[in-house]
Design a protein around this ligand. Sequence first.
Ligand SMILES: NC(=O)c1ccc[n+]([C@@H]2O[C@H](COP(=O)([O-])OP(=O)(O)OC[C@H]3O[C@@H](n4cnc5c(N)ncnc54)[C@H](OP(=O)(O)O)[C@@H]3O)[C@@H](O)[C@H]2O)c1
Length: 259
Amino acid sequence: METRFFGCGAARVTLYCRYHFPAVPTTKMRMPRPRQRPHVTVNMAMSLDGRISTYKREQITLGTKHDRHLMDVLRASHDAVIVGAGTVRYDGFPVLVRDEEVRRKRVARGLSPHPVNVIMSRTLDLPTNRPIFNRKDTERVIFTTRVAPDARVRRFRRIAEVVLLPRKTLSPTAVLRDLAARGMKKVLMEGGGELHFAFARERAVDEVYVTLTPRLLGGHDAPTILDGKGFLKKDHLRLELVSCQRKQDELFLHYRVKY
Ligand SMILES: NC(=O)c1ccc[n+]([C@@H]2O[C@H](COP(=O)([O-])OP(=O)(O)OC[C@H]3O[C@@H](n4cnc5c(N)ncnc54)[C@H](OP(=O)(O)O)[C@@H]3O)[C@@H](O)[C@H]2O)c1
């Protein structure tokens, strides 16, 4: 265990960060099963009281330039970024690696400048005028179901690849299986809470990055990093802290889900 100290204004706060190094395998250890799906990481900025937006779901930038840098670094190291229909309806920004230097390093690794923008919408009830649909330099894949009317499917096929899955519900497992078949190994999730819960319920979240920002938003209708129905005590997820870092008034927390 490593202990790290961070100054915190006038007061000095001690944060204990545990770094878990992979143990040396022994013959008695069971090796992990090969993955059937890409590695899934969630990245979110939230207020001190756990909200990711206001109760009116306003578009609000919670983090500072440090958070935006982390966002770029994470985006650059993933094959795709998944967002839910709600995030497209309320925010709708394309998922880009905005920092030129970070983008240049990604391209130097033989990758496209930006990760594939993946949208999940059962109904395809999405406004086509959102900026996420206007960029020419990002690849877009929309996963939908047969609940989506044909006319909408046709309309979205003009601006994105549309994958029509056969069921009425949109299963994260089915989406991840499709992305794995495209050779994707690492996907990032950037909202919102409803979609994150669907992945967490299917045990399809491996890591969580949370930037704790110095704001209070309140509101029982304000979204959080995990909404949906919620877990019960018997099946909730447990995590271990990988690292924590302080930059001015923000805390950058990185957790790994324990399965
Ligand atoms: N602070 C941050 O870092 C951050 C980042 C991103 C977003 N946000 C905020 O998050 C809010 C949006 O979150 P949200 O929870 O309302 O929406 P969301 O999770 O982005 O999207 C939920 C929608 O995704 C679709 N969906 C497709 N498959 C699904 C499945 N298996 N399970 C659940 N939903 C599925 C459904 O829409 P269909 O009816 O189309 O199927 C559902 O209504 C916004 O206020 C946004 O500003 C904050």
